[in-house]
Design a protein around this ligand. Structure first.
Ligand code: FES
Length: 153
């Protein structure tokens, strides 16, 4: 008995499946090739990534001093706290603070002497002065905010 070679409905089902899978894979590949440039253009450019981080030699800051460095146009305070300043920050009563958070959560473990923070006032963004105000942290001359050495406002 001879097979009917001309009947399209009488083809090998494995070959038909292969054609469907290959066509699907080609469609997915084409979709990825179209989508990738669109997604990739949303990544930050190399010059933007280069400005995202900064290196600073902490040994330039002496105990009791603050150094101000500039990062992305903003002042960054790098403060080397004295043992007395650390003790006062640790002993600050949480109930008396507007933004209660223990000093241990604000510094890196083992390096509690260093504070690295954006140097803008939390009120409206002025630049507070160093080691001033009622609590020895910073004082903002714009509207009178004071900060302790943790720095709690
Ligand atoms: S901006 Fe600092 S107190 Fe207003």
């Amino acid at each position: 008995m001879a097979e009917d070679q001309g009947d399209p409905h009488n083809q090998d089902p494995n070959r038909r499946d292969f054609i469907h899978i290959a066509a699907g894979a080609a469609a997915v590949g084409a979709g990825v090739m179209v989508a990738w440039p669109l997604i990739n253009q949303m990544n930050p450019s190399a010059d933007t990534l280069a400005l995202a981080s900064i290196e600073f030699d902490m040994s330039k800051v002496q105990e009791g001093q603050q150094v101000v460095i500039k990062w992305q146009g903003k002042p960054v305070f790098v403060r080397y706290r004295t043992a007395k300043e650390i003790q006062e920050a640790v002993a600050a009563p949480m109930s008396a603070l507007k933004d209660p958070q223990p000093d241990s959560e604000r510094v890196k473990a083992g390096h509690q002497q260093y504070l690295v923070l954006l140097g803008n006032c939390t009120h409206l963004g002025c630049i507070p002065t160093f080691a001033a105000g009622d609590y020895g942290g910073w004082f903002c001359p714009c509207h009178g905010s004071t900060y302790d050495t943790s720095p709690h406002p």
